[in-house]
Design a protein around this ligand. Structure first.
Ligand SMILES: Nc1ncnc2c1ncn2[C@@H]1O[C@H](COP(=O)(O)OP(=O)(O)OP(=O)(O)O)[C@@H](O)[C@H]1O
Ligand SMILES: [Mg+2]
Length: 221
């Protein structure tokens, strides 16, 4: 379903260039639940950003269900991403000036869903992540783990085919971690393809495949 071929990415700094991905090959099947692990700074977020069409690779090919999406123009790519991909960022990127519920509604607004329908679905999603009572709060009034759960609800807004989650360390306590992982396992059985970066090996067991990134490249662990 997702196919990366010889992906290269280098960040160009003022003094030196940092090659991060040096020819990554990775194929993710439909309905896979892939866990990505590796040391801090090894390129996990960089890889996930490319998978989520948030960034382009310098070289290589990215096929999404056979389509070379590296050739898509900005607007086409934005629509494609909003339609097919749910992305939970490592640092959430919630909008602090609007309510939790309005944050969850944003992707639906971009797809033209009507206000009443948006509000209803946002509440359903917030209930799913255990935050219905926080719907009217602003993101900064929430704890880190709660903000993360809002970001998950937002990522699910348009029923994505693919969910990408860049998990920050230590935001979810054991209980909420378990609730969220069971939610993901349930989505997975309903046919959603999931790729998750995690530092928590107790989460990794929920996946059906673990891949490890290092300086040498990417290997199944
Ligand atoms: N915008 C950028 N400009 C320059 N260098 C960058 C940029 N983003 C990331 N890097 C560098 O690329 C490397 C990989 O970063 P990346 O964020 O992908 O790591 P990571 O595996 O997600 O780490 P962590 O586990 O700490 O989140 C790091 O060395 C980082 O310093
Ligand atoms: Mg990262």
């Amino acid at each position: 379903m997702l196919e990366l071929k010889n992906i290269r990415k280098t960040y160009c700094g003022k003094c030196l260039d940092v090659p991060v991905l040096k020819g990554i090959n990775l194929t993710i099947q439909e309905r896979d639940f892939v866990m990505i692990v590796g040391k801090s700074g090894c390129g996990k977020s960089t890889l996930l950003n490319i998978l989520g069409c948030m960034d382009y690779a310098d070289e290589g090919e990215y096929l999404f269900m056979g389509d070379n999406i590296q050739t898509y123009k900005d607007k086409q790519l934005a629509y494609f991403r909003n339609r097919n991909i749910g992305f939970v960022f490592q640092s959430f990127y919630l909008i602090n000036e609007i309510s939790v519920s309005e944050n969850v509604e944003i992707p639906m607004g971009l797809m033209g869903v009507r206000a009443k329908e948006r509000r209803k679905r946002a509440l359903e999603l917030l209930r799913l992540v255990g935050l219905e009572e926080k719907a009217r709060s602003k993101p900064l009034e929430l704890s880190g783990g709660q903000q993360q759960r809002v970001a998950i609800a937002r990522a699910l807004a348009n029923n994505p085919k693919v969910l990408l989650w860049d998990e920050p360390t230590g935001n979810l306590d054991e209980e909420n971690g378990k609730i969220i992982m069971e939610l993901l396992a349930d989505l997975h059985t309903k046919g959603v393809t999931i790729v998750m970066v995690t530092h928590d090996m107790s989460f990794a067991k929920y996946g059906n495949r673990i891949v490890k990134i290092s300086g040498e490249g990417i290997v199944d662990a």
